[in-house]
Write a protein that binds this ligand. Structure first.
Ligand code: BGC
Length: 757
């Protein structure tokens, strides 16, 4: 073990300050005289974007040739944390081969609106799934002694004005939706680094946010790596040092280093704060350099892994009359430019320089008699009549038309949001024309986030590839022709239309602020609560086989707030083909004590079954699975009462459920004053409090019942009137003095163990 504290003592103030910003776009600084080496970082998340030269982070200059795995929009549909670990391990090995100390990923911001241009890089609308899948990725990469930098922390859910806009979020929503995934990733997988996002949160830049970077991340969650700024996210370096931002990237050309030195000298910054930042950076630098591994990067092997991962993730959305899988040896028309030039990755900092992209057209020749028509051009939304009529002709001359459509890069990317959810006009027209002549049509989608499907009833099959990585063509054909049975399920809801979406009225804000007014009701939490029909629900996906769920069991019928509970169920493959099923566990609060989503995903597992085979799967639910963030308690909390545990094939297809009684010892703190309502006290868990409240309410109750000969106030109204009455207002309805009320306030605070203010 190195003695970092001793090393820091040897460093000059200037050396310490300089270590806190990059040498250039991708390197930390070396301090040669003390043997502190330089290390390199690179983007992530789904491949290595290792630049050959500095001063670029927009993917303009050449990066080394690397393997492009499917984007998170695709991989998250696998619901397979072990697969994510496998991908992470492969990435980690390539980092060792290329001398990369920290890979910038996973990107795990919540998909708040389907319009966010960067959703293709993010995992889900659900924090639990985001956290679990990201933890798998992190464990994999870090198993190779290479760090990850989990990004973008936090609440960076749009591209519009991402470098300055303030995400205005209430505490509960922040904790439950926007931080919960990061919390899982940090606690379960211990990432070496976290990337602080560009935006502000409730008015304070993430890079200057002590609450986020120190109080929550370090003190509550136990993070012990370095916090790096997103590239160019530093506004006030000295405030950043105080808040817990360790490394500024890229370089500030010495400007902010000098500001740090100056602040220490003039007393505005405590040198011990700077020392903490330096120690965090050194810790990771040496963690990497002291444990280098010799690796040879086997790109062919990684390509095959990319193919496997895509195959496990692609989602079959529709399969009427079992149009898929296509029979081998049949006659098919592959229509659309994406059949030949697939869109397999997104634009921006995650863009990978790969030379080995497979397309469906060349991959399909081994399977069947395939004709091809381009149909449309991806660089335009205009109809090309010649291409269109050629496509229609080819569609009439085959058994089934397979239409390869989706979003071009110009429609979605890092740096800007989408304006709508439609496919390009020329592609929609192509679908309509082809389906008018060919009843057997299958759609293959290439898109980073959901699109609307006005044509859905005229097609028999829909395969959602998202952005399938460099082996997309092979993976697509594996599924089209049935060599692989689709097993992906959607990690986000496909709404029917944009105006149905939770953030519709508040996205993307006015450029200065964006209000997260939908609160915790994001994704399926919103659609469920509003009982809104959707195109495809969260967790949905078909298979070429079928599964039956039986014998749901809970290992306990009653739990307290420290217990875990295990759910088990028998799953049988009732079809003719081997396949995998994703089993989803949702929890629903039935206590009616707080405004909560109808249900929330709290567990999942993926099981592989041969035809006729049955396996029992079990999933454990931690205490947190039942809890919401209570802002009076400043802690996670679930009221005593009944909770339903549901097993679903999707969020909208619950097949089995059971209930459990959960009790809690936690008491929500309450300080009594004149504004406290009687209702808060009359139902309090403590008996003394309840009885004092009853005494206090009695004079008012007498007034209401005594003068009520005509019955203008019914019993419920009287009760609600009392419940909602603040203590100070009792004297308006009964002859009581302020002294009398104050004496009860004191007695109640006494009973609650509150010290007088
Ligand atoms: C992106 C990050 C990326 C960084 C370095 C930023 O613009 O937001 O995700 O890691 O650039 O390329």
């Amino acid at each position: 073990m190195r003695d970092l504290k001793a090393l820091i003592k040897e460093m000059t103030l200037e050396e310490k300050a300089s270590l806190c910003s990059g040498q250039d776009f991708w390197h930390t600084k070396a301090v040669e005289r003390l043997g502190i080496p330089q290390t390199m970082v690179c983007d992530g998340p789904y491949g290595l974007r290792k630049q050959d030269q500095s001063q670029d982070n927009l993917g303009i200059n050449d990066a080394i040739v690397a393997v492009c795995f499917p984007a998170a929009s695709t991989t998250s549909c696998s619901f397979d944390t072990e697969l994510m670990e496998e991908m992470g391990t492969a990435l980690g090995k390539s980092c060792q081969a290329e001398d990369i100390s920290v890979l910038l990923g996973p990107a795990m911001n919540i998909k708040r609106s389907p319009l966010c241009g960067r959703n293709f890089e993010y995992v889900s609308e659900d924090p639990y799934l985001s956290g679990k899948m990201s933890a798998g990725y992190i464990k994999g990469v870090q198993s190779q002694n290479v760090g990850t930098s989990v990004k973008h922390f936090a609440a960076n859910n749009q591209e519009y004005k991402r470098m300055s806009c303030s995400s205005e979020i209430d505490e509960r929503t922040l904790r439950e939706i926007y931080l919960a995934g990061f919390e899982i990733a940090v606690k379960e997988a211990k990432p070496w680094s976290i990337m602080a996002s560009y935006n502000k949160i409730n008015g304070t830049y993430a890079t200057e946010n002590k609450y986020l970077l120190t109080d929550i991340l370090r003190d509550e969650w136990g993070f012990d790596g370095y916090v790096v700024s997103d590239w160019g996210a530093v506004a006030n370096r000295v405030e950043g040092i105080k808040a817990g931002l360790d490394l500024e990237m890229p370089s500030s050309n010495g400007v902010t280093d000098e500001q740090i030195v100056e602040a220490v000298k003039n007393g505005a910054l405590d040198e011990s704060d700077l020392d903490k930042r330096v120690e965090a950076i050194l810790n990771i630098i040496f963690k990497y350099t002291d444990n280098r591994k010799t690796e040879v990067w086997d790109k062919q092997k990684d390509h095959e892994l990319a193919r496997k991962i895509a195959g496990e993730s692609i989602v079959l959305l529709k399969n009427e009359e079992d149009i898929l899988p296509l029979k081998k040896g049949g006659k098919y028309a592959f229509i659309g430019e994406f059949a030949m030039k697939p869109r397999f990755q997104g634009g921006g900092s995650s863009n990978i320089n790969t030379k080995t992209v497979s397309d469906a057209l060349s991959s399909a020749v081994n399977y069947a008699d395939i004709s091809y028509a381009q149909g449309y051009k991806t660089d335009s939304i205009e109809i090309d009549e010649a291409l269109l009529s050629e496509a229609v002709k080819k569609a009439t001359e085959c058994d089934t038309a397979v239409l390869f459509v989706g979003l071009p890069d110009s429609f979605e990317s890092e740096g800007y949001d989408r304006e709508h959810m439609e496919l390009p006009y020329n592609q929609t027209v192509l679908i309509n024309k082809v389906t008018s002549v060919q009843p057997n049509t299958v759609i293959v989608l290439h898109n980073g986030s959901p699109v609307t499907m006005p044509w859905i009833d005229s097609v028999k099959g829909i395969l959602e590839l998202y952005l399938g990585g460099e082996a997309v063509g092979e993976a697509c054909c594996d599924i089209l022709f049935g060599d692989v049975n689709p097993s992906g399920k959607l990690a986000e809801t496909f709404p029917l239309k944009l105006s149905d979406t939770p953030a519709y009225l508040n996205f993307p804000g006015d450029g200065k602020k964006v209000y997260y007014n939908e609160g915790v009701f994001v994704g399926y939490r919103y659609y469920d609560k509003k009982e809104t029909d959707v195109l495809f629900p969260f967790g949905y996906g078909l298979s070429y086989t079928s599964f039956e769920y039986k014998n749901m069991k809970l290992d306990k019928k009653e739990i307290n707030d420290r217990d875990t509970i295990t759910v088990s169920v028998d799953i049988t493959n009732t079809g003719k083909m081997a396949g995998k099923e994703i089993v989803q566990i949702y929890v629903s609060d039935k206590t009616n004590t707080a405004m909560r989503p109808v249900k929330e995903l709290k567990g999942f597992t993926k099981v592989s079954l041969m035809p006729g085979e049955t396996k029992t799967v079990s999933v454990s639910l931690s205490p947190r699975a039942f809890e919401y963030y209570n802002t009076d308690l400043n802690d996670w909390y679930a009221a005593t009462g009944e909770y339903e545990i549901m097993i679903g094939k999707s969020s909208r297809e619950i097949v089995l459920s059971d209930t459990v009684l959960r009790t809690t010892d936690k008491i929500i703190p309450i300080y009594v004053d004149g504004d406290t309502t009687l209702g808060e006290l009359l139902y309090h868990p403590d008996e003394t409090v309840r009885s004092l409240a009853n005494e206090l309410a009695t004079p008012m109750l007498n007034t209401f019942t005594a003068g009520n000969d005509t019955g203008c106030m019914n019993e419920k109204m009287i009760q609600e009137q009392i419940n909602g009455n603040p203590i100070h207002a009792i004297k308006s309805f009964a002859e009581v003095s302020d002294e009398y009320l104050n004496s009860y306030i004191d007695k109640l605070n006494n009973a609650l163990g509150n010290k007088t203010k």
